[in-house]
Design a protein. Structure first.
Length: 137
């Protein structure tokens, strides 16, 4: 099992420990991380995820980010758009895309409580990739 991770550096106090937990869980599941790509924010992920999904050495991609509530609804707009794109890319490439992006509407404290969501995204990608493999072409 070969997976890639795309992580947003925005809110790095949350996404850095998310990345560490994702890597640890991938290792525990015996999944090889072929690529780890850092982007500024979650809005910058779709083109990177698309490129990774097209590679032969990637069975699935995990997206890691934290969308914390600001003074406007910007967090909601961005988070919903990215979730929609992630689902479309998974279907387009027939490979799983794990949504390890927390939010929108979170406080800093709520974001810290949800660091394990990155681990869950790795788990989801590995499980779905295995099911797809078992189902065959």
């Amino acid at each position: 099992m070969k997976i890639a991770i795309v992580v947003a550096d925005f809110n790095s106090e949350i996404t850095t420990p998310m990345l560490r937990r994702a890597i640890a869980h991938a290792t525990a599941l015996k999944a090889e991380i072929t690529h780890t790509v850092h982007v500024f924010g979650i809005y910058d992920m779709p083109t990177i995820v698309k490129r990774l999904l097209g590679r032969w050495d990637v069975d699935g991609v995990v997206m890691i980010g934290a969308v914390i509530k600001g003074e406007t609804l910007h967090d909601e707009v961005i988070a919903h758009a990215i979730a929609n794109i992630a689902a479309k890319l998974a279907v387009q490439f027939d490979k799983p895309v794990g949504l390890g992006i927390t939010g929108p509407g979170m406080t800093d404290e709520q974001a810290a409580e949800r660091i394990d969501n990155a681990r869950n995204a790795v788990e989801a990608v590995v499980r779905v990739a295995n099911v797809l493999k078992d189902l065959g072409e």
